[in-house]
Design a protein around this ligand. Structure first.
Ligand SMILES: O=C(O)[C@H](O)[C@@H](O)[C@H](O)[C@H](O)COP(=O)(O)O
Length: 231
């Protein structure tokens, strides 16, 4: 993990967008396609606003959320909505998008509430995109990344090396269920960026080294990750 400090959030957003655009371009010099997972939440909007105008072959890029709240795609809390409004516009409107969605209705029968079939289908859709060319993450003050929250039932399974690409989680205290890319997908990304603002999140990054992965899931992606920080 390497921490990079920026004078302010605007400079961070522009600089990080340039770095990611450069990495996507470099990927497309040696590969036909590139894949990029991006977070929701309040932090990445300005990075998306800068990145969407980058001159690159966006039609060769597939974008997916790192995680999704189980709400309708036009809901204010939908990560898909944020990505569609701020990233899949301008030049980046040419990119492909893979939504993480499960039906609003719970499945019937033996697997009621488990979404076994839907999760397997989503995992199968994600697999051809791996390893991710680029991973952009946000982080909560509790050390969660994507929807890998401390204290969630099933967290250890989603952090395990043999986890399927997608897991459903019900993080305590969150208003809705979540879908998330699991640790091996995040960890395996070829370029990893974490963007955080403020003293609390920086303190968590510094403390995370002394915690376990289940206490601070961000640790699961520490290897070769660039942490971009501004006050
Ligand atoms: O949909 C989400 O909630 C995320 O992808 C999540 O992991 C987010 O990145 C952190 O919660 C930080 O959120 P903020 O940027 O809003 O602090």
């Amino acid at each position: 993990m390497k921490l990079i400090e920026y004078p302010d959030r605007d400079m961070l957003a522009i600089d990080l967008a340039n770095q990611i655009a450069g990495e996507l371009n470099a990927t497309l010099l040696s590969q036909d396609r590139a894949s990029m997972a991006v977070p929701g939440g309040t932090t990445p909007g300005a990075v998306f606003d800068a990145l969407c105008a980058a001159p690159l072959e966006w039609d060769k890029v597939t974008i997916l959320p790192t995680d999704e709240r189980c709400v309708p795609a036009d809901h204010p809390r939908s990560n898909e909505r944020l990505i569609r409004e701020h990233l899949l516009v301008d030049r980046a409107a040419m990119a492909q998008f893979l939504p993480l969605r499960i039906p609003d209705e719970e499945p019937a029968g033996e697997h009621a509430g488990d979404y076994v079939v839907e999760l397997a289908q989503l995992s199968a859709a994600v697999e051809p995109l791996l390893p991710l060319s680029i991973l952009l993450l946000g982080m909560g003050e509790d050390g969660h990344v994507a929807s890998l929250f401390p204290g969630t039932p099933g967290l250890a399974e989603a952090l395990a090396d043999d986890a399927p690409p997608i897991a459903a989680m019900a993080p305590p205290g969150q208003p809705e269920r979540r879908l998330t890319l699991t640790a091996p997908v995040l960890e395996g990304a070829l370029k990893k960026h974490l963007v955080i603002y403020g003293a609390q999140k920086r303190a968590m990054i510094e403390r995370a080294g002394r915690l376990s992965d289940t206490e601070a899931p961000v640790r699961a992606v520490f290897a070769d990750m660039k942490v971009h920080w501004a006050e």
